[in-house]
Design a protein around this ligand. Structure first.
Ligand SMILES: [Zn+2]
Length: 106
């Protein structure tokens, strides 16, 4: 009876160790996955940094949306002043359009 209890205790210990081993393996797998994900993210970020910016050789006119050469200060089509920086985002385009509308109203 005494021995039986001891054996059970031993079994429980073995089970415990096995469970811990599984946990360790799982932990290692999770760590590996995390590292892989982090590496992937780093690669993506590096690629994003290394990727050449879209050539902003064209500037969209805020009024008629004509794509002017970036060296032009005024729109070739309507003569309106072009945004100073780059081709402009859509927001920039809207801002320009809005401000020009305001100018027209005045
Ligand atoms: Zn224009």
């Amino acid at each position: 009876m005494h021995n039986d209890a001891k054996k059970k205790n031993n079994d429980a210990q073995i089970q415990d160790e096995k469970a811990r081993e599984r946990e360790m393996v799982q932990y290692a797998i999770v760590q590996e996955q995390k590292q892989a994900a982090a590496a992937q993210l780093k690669q993506k970020q590096a690629a994003a940094v290394a990727a050449p910016q879209a050539p902003s050789s064209k500037k969209a006119c805020g009024v008629c949306t004509y794509l002017n050469n970036s060296s032009h200060k005024n729109c070739e089509m309507c003569g309106m002043p072009l945004p100073l920086q780059g081709g402009g985002s859509y927001n920039e385009y809207l801002t320009n359009k809005y401000s020009f509308k305001q100018m027209d109203a005045m």
